[in-house]
Design a protein around this ligand. Sequence first.
Ligand code: DAH
Length: 340
Amino acid sequence: MEQLVKQIESLKEEIRAFNNGDAESFRIKYLGTKGLVKALMGEMKNVAAENKKQAGQLLNEFKLFTEARYDELKAASGNGQQATQSDMDLSLPADPMPLGSRHPISIVKNRIISIFKRLGFAVAEGPEIEDDFHNFTALNMPENHTARDMQDTFYITQNPDWLLRTHTSSVQVHEMQKGNLPIRIICPGRVYRNETISARAHCFFHQVEGLYIAENVSFADLKQTLYFFVQEMFGKDVKVRFRPSYFPFTEPSAEMDISCLICGGDGCSVCKKTGWVEILGCGMVHPNVLDNCGIDSNKYTGFAFGMGIERITMLKYQIKDLRLFSENDVRFLKQFTSGV
Ligand code: DAH
């Protein structure tokens, strides 16, 4: 009996000191089918009958003690999520931390902003829910004007005068109404149209509007500004051309094309064999628009332009389907890692 007590005491010492953190080898050594606890239990048969009760209690208490120590070791090692020092290998690479990337529309938008910033254009923003005046009437598109047909949108039932803006040209109106001249702004933002969704159209997309109003602003200023933009955005070899066009809010109006980035102007399926692709609309701000916004059209002139960011992005990265921008497929999105 005395011997058993001694044995248990020294085993307890050993167990307390067990500190290599490997709970499994502890379990095998002490608590396994061939472990020391079982072996000691087997000694019971050699204990004299009068000591059996006391020996049983001692052994039971020892078993509980060993199990508690096992739990402790388990918690300290992997299971408890807290690695002990010996588990840690600081030379291993860290767990990968997935890095997000900017959306291609944001990359191109930031790029456009930074190009125009260098020319002194400030960024202006306006509301996506507009009233009829800012989106249409002030821009020389009164009620029943046929140009409204091309920009059908979503109306807000609470107030028939409210709508989701169809273009960022509405921000021009807000800025002109503030009356801080000269004005030199670009207005990036989301716009909405009631269109059937396809590879080339969506019910929302993004535009950047530009506006420069001062004394003696001419069409030559407009051309040079846009030419600089194209060269910075697409490279020095890209050519531009202006085609006469019509917008109610500009006079004269033009559409600007760039030489096709795919075929270099020889003609291919992207440019429909013409060698040119359209990228934006522009013109000299119509005097009626200046007057509608409280600016003296005898003193001031200005130019404006508007482009779709999706269109520029599709040309730049040769993306063929507009829907990809809003599907949030990571396999598509993670390809665009270049910064601003
Ligand atoms: N607002 C026009 C559109 O969404 C684009 C545009 C054309 C804007 C000519 C302009 C401009 O400022 O001068 O189709």
